[in-house]
Design a protein around this ligand. Structure first.
Ligand SMILES: [Fe+2]
Length: 384
């Protein structure tokens, strides 16, 4: 029997107004000069103002600085620039504010603070990543769950591909889950980021690694998303629904310490090659991926269906899968996520490079069933 590590170490403060706890918590952690890492989409929002106000109130305790040039699909240059700003101002910590991109750049910037000039492509050649600057993660979307993850997804200069930089030392010291910071999230991003969280829960639950703790978290995450995303989509100011989505997103990311699967391998090239939002890319590929896996492993989605509220406990495997997949398809359509890829600028001429990158993407190694190059081609064609 292989030895498996179960680890759920991150402290998260949850609740409307949780941000008000931040100044006191920073003192406890020993943070006095944080660098806020965010992006241009967040900098003009009420979420940024709320953070500025919270830090402003603690002005005597803190000086703080901002790096806000993170790309929507972050690149290595973002990490280098953030680390350079950190050093230029003598910062002592990073506060990531936003969706997965700023949080991932904030996490990774600490690597280049510790090792200026380091080539991130060589990350796995080193093992000692102790002593990274403290990191506080404040999500404003309710999707990636990057705030509780120990990885950072960055497109590297050397390969022009998304690389997953993974190390337990990248984990945040503190996470603030304050639904008031997500009420300004536009409807389309609410849907797309929520679909990312849903994909995390479904792919991690069906990933064939023995991890019943993560399985339970993934299934409850699905239940929360099915209940809350339609409400958050319909009324962005529904604090209860926003809060449930924030928690579900974090749960999805906790669950995917098991790993994710082929849908993420389909989605990553769609972002690097065609610039699609990560959550949207997952959403447009999820149903095709589920059909593919369910056909090869009947009954795979029975418990996903039960988590969605379907009465599929006793029906045959194929029917349970079919009903669960149909539910997810309708659910995504209800959030406006039922287009073809071509409606988002993906062209047939992109197919071969998408397939090549999907095959090389590591996520499908942990998929519920093996996926070949030809399978990826067929899956892309199905959703193109
Ligand atoms: Fe994802």
């Amino acid at each position: 029997m292989s030895i498996i590590s179960f680890s759920f170490p991150t402290t998260a403060l949850f609740g409307a107004g949780a941000l008000k706890e931040l100044p006191g918590r920073l003192v406890t952690i020993g943070i006095r000069r944080p660098l806020i890492v965010t992006d241009q989409g967040v900098i003009g929002t009420s979420a940024f103002r709320a953070l500025a106000d919270a830090l402003g109130e603690a002005k005597r305790e803190h000086s703080w600085f901002v790096y806000s040039r993170v790309h929507s699909n972050p690149i290595e240059e973002d990490v280098r620039e953030a680390a350079a700003v950190f050093r230029a101002h003598g910062c002592d910590s990073v506060i990531g504010l936003g969706g997965g991109s700023p949080l991932d750049v904030g996490k990774a910037a600490r690597i280049l603070v510790k090792r200026p000039g380091f080539d991130l492509a060589q990350f796995y050649d080193e093992s000692d990543w102790s002593g990274l600057a403290p990191f506080v993660a404040i999500p404003t979307t309710g999707g990636t769950g990057s705030e509780v993850g120990r990885s950072s997804v960055i497109t590297l200069d050397a390969t022009k591909r998304k690389a997953v930089i993974f190390h337990p030392k990248l984990l945040a010291n503190l996470v603030i889950l304050d639904p008031e910071l997500t009420v300004g999230l536009p409807q389309k991003l609410t849907a797309a980021t929520g679909a990312d969280a849903l994909t995390h829960c479904i792919e991690s639950f069906t990933c064939p690694v023995f991890h019943p703790m993560c399985d339970g978290i993934a299934l409850e995450g699905i239940r929360l998303i099915v209940e809350a995303l339609p409400r958050a989509f319909k009324n962005g100011k529904d604090i209860d629904a926003r809060g449930r989505m924030l928690v579900a997103a974090a749960m999805g990311a906790v669950a995917f310490q098991k790993d994710v699967g082929a849908v993420h391998s389909l989605a990553h090239p769609l972002s690097t090659v065609c610039g699609l939002h990560h959550g949207l890319a997952n959403a447009l590929c999820l149903v095709a991926g589920m059909k593919f896996c369910g056909a090869r492993k009947p009954g795979l989605y029975r418990r996903v269906g039960i988590a969605c509220g379907l009465d599929v406990m006793k029906c045959p495997d194929a029917e349970a899968d079919q009903r669960a997949i149909a539910f997810i398809a309708n659910f995504l359509a209800g959030a406006g996520l039922n287009q073809k890829l071509r409606e988002h600028g993906v062209k047939h001429e992109h197919l071969e490079v998408l397939v090549a990158q999907a095959v090389e993407d590591p996520c499908h190694k942990s998929n519920a069933v093996p996926v070949t190059k030809e399978d990826f081609r067929q899956l892309y064609l199905e959703v193109l």
